[in-house]
Design a binder for this molecule. Sequence first.
Ligand code: FES
Length: 118
Amino acid sequence: LKKETVTLTFLMPDGERIETPAKVGDNLLDVVIENDVDIDGFGACEGTLACSTCHLILKPEHYAQLPEPPTDEELDMLDLAFDLQDTSRLGCQVVVTKNMEGWEVRVPAGVADAREPS
Ligand code: FES
C-alpha cells in the first residue's frame, strides 16, 4: 500500500521556497530529513522533545486546523525557541495529514543555541 503524500513548501529565512513531498503520517521533522531540507541545526534531539531546533511557524489558518494543540511539554520547549510566534510548533510534534496539501511552513531565521548570544 503506497503511502499518501501531500506537497509542502518550506519558506526559508533567505526567501527561498523549497517544495517537498510529505508522507501522511510522518511528522515535519521526518519530512525535513527525508528531503534533505538544509536547515541549520534542525532536529538536534531527533524528535524526543528535548530541544527547540525543529521550530516551525505555521500560517494562522493552518495552525487552527491542526488536530492536536501543543502539549505542555511542547510549549515548554517552544518557550526556548528563537523568534517564537503565536502559530509556532515543534516540527517533530506535527503529523502530516491529507488536508495539508499546499501548506506553507516558515523556517525561523535562527535556532536558539545556548552557545551563541542572540
Ligand atoms: Fe528536538 Fe523536535 S527535534 S524537540
